[in-house]
Write a protein that binds this ligand. Sequence first.
Ligand code: PGA
Length: 260
Amino acid sequence: MTGGTAGAVRQSMVIANWKMYKTAAEAEMFVERVKEEVKAVKEVEMVICPPFIALESLSRLMGDSNLLLGAQNMHWEKEGAYTGEISPLMLKESGVKYAIIGHSERRRYFGENDAIVAQKFSAALSFGLIPVLCVGENQQQRSAGETEKVVQEQLLTALKEVDENRDILGKMVLAYEPVWAIGSGTAAYPEDAASVATFIRSLLQERLGDLSQQVRILYGGSVKPENIRDFTSRENIDGALVGGSSLKETVFVQLVQAVR
Ligand code: PGA
């Protein structure tokens, strides 16, 4: 648990982003094993984001566990002629609670820009899904000293369309993921990540007031059991969004244990 200055207590969280890894059968095997191992964990919220095709079966398997389900992406419309897309309503029906929005791989390989991300962000909220909004600079922007500028633009554009008086905004999750740290094996320096997280909290404070103290801010990018505490022990970092290291049962359990 981490605390905010306005007295809000934020539950720590570990989100596993499996990307395009694991068949449905492999995903089921993971959950069968892991749910037993983490059943005593109460301090850390644990979210698994498998490929879409595994959502249904994992939802059933997770029913009697403390694991929660997230989606890696979603469309912003309820339904329509959008070949190959999945709607927030469909996710909701499949037992999904969280939706990752604006992951840098979506921005980079699938042309998602801040305007699309904003549409998805507000759609998630209107369908009662909790958005996990990803923001972060690439190497070039970092070298140019533009980290805060980029993060500010991404965050404020996503928040533009939403009504700041809605309590559900306090539930949203922000993931600071420097693009150069994702999948590279080189994580950010914890003090740098903490400083960006504090900057994000101050932007949220300006936009949302006291509600900002409830928002969880995660770090993501080459997180492993050996370094996760270096991030989550910082005042404004409430957990981690983990790709590669979340794929193996034993390593996922180590990540969660390290945060407790
Ligand atoms: P990584 O990915 O942990 O493999 O660096 C993080 C992410 O993409 O969210």
